[in-house]
Design a protein around this ligand. Sequence first.
Ligand code: FAD
Length: 404
Amino acid sequence: TTHHRVLIAGGGTAGLSVASALLRRHPDLDVSVIEPSTDHYYQPGWTLVGGGDMPQQHTRRAQADVMPEGAEWIRDSVARLEPDSNQVVVAGGTTHSYDVLVVALGLQLNWDAIDGLVETLGRNGVTSNYHYDHAPYTHELASTLAGGRALFTQPAMPIKCAGAPQKALYLTADTLRRRGVNATLEFYNQGASMFGVPVYARELDKVIAGYGATPYFGHDLIAVDGDRGQAVFATAEGDITRDFDMLHVVPPQSAPDVIRNSPLAGAAGWVSVDRHRLAHTTYDNVFGLGDCTDTPNAKTMAAVRRQVPTVVDGVLNKLDMGKAAPLYDGYGACPLTVEHGRVLLAEFRYDQEVVSSFPLDPRQPRRLHWLFKRHIFPMMYWQMMLHGHDWRRPHPRPLPELTQ
Ligand code: FAD
């Protein structure tokens, strides 16, 4: 058994941001990160890769280059979480014990849950922006489609970046429009509305209508036949089959099995944490943040950015090294790419409270916000967030007139 003062499970956005921020404050602190992947991804860029607006390589860096200096990188994957004995067992068999554990394992993409998908993904017109390898194929299809039917799917919530399924539709539709190609565009959504926050849902109803695309609600993709170009959806009235020339799939998502099968899981399988303190509801030396927790915020990098200071101070406090931690307010944001060059920046907090970081109407798609999404956010991610800088400003202000 190897002992660590702070053990971080998962070296994605949340895990590395916490590790860097802890080491920025206390360079000698014993911080270790368990992460099997040799690559690190900027996933919000994949929407732009799928739109042909960002090179694929801009969204990937070697894990060794982003692992914070001073952190020990355990190149293995978590196999068992044993909080009753303050231990984590990795796939290689080693046991790691800890004073404080931070769980940042992200969520699990269940590609296998859709019959026939894995066999055809990346071919036969079947693509997904939810995978580094396949996002460029979305743009390739949008650039070559000569008409016919393009279908876009959205699985049951919660998923990471709830707006990403429709962003794929808008950028594809815009590409087709610019090429002068007339295609039938359809959005098959398992849920009942375009977005979880009503004021933004109403704006997005207009955006999708503006492309002449048809939204279908209560439609859940269950099978794909790539060779035949057919997709099957479960609906309240039974299964229906639709022909396609292009199909953009967003896979069903869940808590990682390793969490679901551990004492850290709440009823739905996610890490059970206090929604403001992000400390585990049972084990007070365990914290959770990012996509793997059961907090009812949007699973986004924007949320992680504002969760990091809460977890960092919570961890230091637990080690008797810090002050009271700021409470997390449920902030999340979704930059909806409604066309090439314009973004509707949806910002909100717990309980669907609408907020805005800028003194501008957040319902309005803007070129300025496209510049943020395309240039500023990626730069801030690589240069600031991964380097442990705290950039909670500007403070979003509540907009009660838009909240209901
Ligand atoms: P991740 O960054 O996914 O990291 C999880 C890490 O855990 C990974 O490195 C993984 O390898 C590791 N791991 C998994 N299993 C194990 C194991 N057993 N042991 C050890 N390590 C393990 N967010 C926004 O804010 N704005 C956007 O516009 C936006 N767009 C998006 C578009 C797409 C297509 C996608 C896919 C996501 C988008 N997001 C966006 C969401 C954002 O990327 C995530 O919310 C964010 O990455 C969550 O961070 P995380 O650390 O919780 O998970």
